[in-house]
Ligand binder design. Structure first.
Ligand code: GCU
Length: 407
């Protein structure tokens, strides 16, 4: 039932792209971005120490107040191993399912965290962590599971044979494992089903008086997944790269802002409310987000409908909250709704904050050609093709993570 709803909502999201959206660069009005490097009292921020102690908390508070709402301190969770297959994927992986009980209670909200680790790993492995759109059974095609030496038909949650492996191209598991990384993922409907009245059906029911939205709920779940990864002896929890596509890219940016344990943040086609500059009137706008997905952000975000220019923050400041950790921003050429150029320009602007830490980001303001990544600790590419996560994207993310984890 919820799955059918998810499908319908995804279809509606496509319809939610209004005909009058602007896709003409010449019609983008001029705008002025709020200065990430100016304290609220007008003093310029000139060093990393002032950034971390003063400006970063100010910006975080701006996002909480005006967009994301406030998330509660973590409840005491419990996690239980619900299955382990040490010979998964033809022996290439160890695959585990962990049930995370968000308030420690079996009858409370919970999620099933699916973890793959390379079978031949020597020592603790770095991990990519990201929520998935259609269920844990869509990540790989493996039809069965080994329980000890016994092979049984796959029971991974939820059993949906028709869609088993349906999202495999978005996760590139073989590539990830071959590169020596693990992969951890959960179905994003577990922490909160994605519809207007989903609030009381997931983690937000634990703290109904908080102002957080669904993006906050999914971010919260990412941090609880991280809590688990910190306890897994096979995982190097200092090397967890957060990856999110589209609305889940918005969640990855926010989770990375709130929780500095994430070592790398990757935003894939996150668009409006994520990596794209809201002030640029191109593709999706704040009022579109609020009309189609009123549950994603805090109620106060609605005051910025048609008033992006008055917002005290913008996407470059959300990205700057990742600094000095490595940040990868990716767009797709045909994904105009997400405003690729707006995502690029925000990453260029966020680079100024990385400079305080003596890190290089995107040192050009020239929009790159397709499939030509640019930048260092902040990196960007626009891939040919549509709104998606592809093998090309993963090749870049793996190389990026390998390079930064070596340093
Ligand atoms: C819609 C929405 C976007 C979002 C996307 C997705 O298109 O308008 O903001 O990123 O759905 O999550 O797929």
């Amino acid at each position: 039932m919820i799955r059918t709803l998810a499908f319908l909502l995804a279809a509606c999201a496509a319809f939610a792209q209004p005909k009058d959206a602007n896709y003409d660069e010449a019609k983008v009005p001029r705008y002025t971005l709020p200065d990430a490097l100016l304290l609220a009292n007008g003093t310029p921020v000139r060093d990393a120490k002032t950034w971390t102690a003063k400006r970063r908390p100010e910006i975080l508070a701006l996002f909480e107040k005006n967009m994301q709402g406030h998330s509660p301190a973590p409840f005491k969770t419990a996690s239980e191993l619900s299955s382990i297959d040490t010979k998964a994927l033809g022996g290439r992986a160890i695959r585990k399912e962990i049930t995370v009980l968000f308030n420690g209670k079996k009858d409370g909200p919970k999620m099933s965290l699916l973890v793959y680790l390379p079978a031949n790993a020597k020592g603790k492995v770095p991990v990519f962590l990201g929520p998935n759109f259609q269920g844990n059974h869509t990540i790989d095609n493996d039809p069965g599971i080994h329980l000890g030496d016994v092979w049984v038909k796959n029971t991974r949650q939820p059993a949906g044979e028709k869609t088993r492996g349906a999202q495999a191209s978005r996760w590139q598991l073989d590539m990830v494992l071959k590169a020596g990384f693990g992969l951890a993922t959960f179905y994003y409907y577990d922490p909160e089903p994605d519809f207007k009245d989903g609030k009381m059906l997931g983690v937000r029911s634990m703290a109904p008086d908080e102002t957080w939205g669904a993006i906050g709920a999914w971010s919260y779940a990412l941090s609880r997944a991280m809590d688990y990864l910190e306890t897994d002896k096979a995982v190097n929890a200092k090397r967890v790269a957060l990856v999110g596509h589209s609305r889940l890219g918005k969640a990855a940016l926010w989770a990375g802002a709130l929780d500095t344990r994430f070592a790398i943040i990757i935003s894939n086609d996150s668009g409006e409310g994520g990596a794209a500059i809201s002030r640029r009137n191109f593709g999706e706008q704040v009022h579109n987000l609020n009309a189609s997905f009123p549950h994603w952000f805090t109620a106060a975000y609605k005051q910025w409908d048609h008033r992006e220019d008055a917002m005290p923050m913008d996407a470059h400041m959300l990205m700057a909250l990742t600094a000095p950790r490595p940040l990868y921003v990716a767009s797709a050429q045909e994904d105009l709704w997400a405003d690729p150029k707006g995502e690029f320009l925000a990453a260029v602007e966020a680079t100024k904050v990385y400079h305080l830490f003596k890190k290089k980001g995107i040192e050009t303001s020239e929009f790159p050609a397709p499939n030509q990544p640019v930048g260092d600790t902040v990196r960007y590419h626009v891939r040919t093709g549509k709104h998606d996560v592809t093998a090309y994207d993963w090749e870049q993310y793996i190389a990026f993570a390998q390079r930064h984890f070596k340093n």
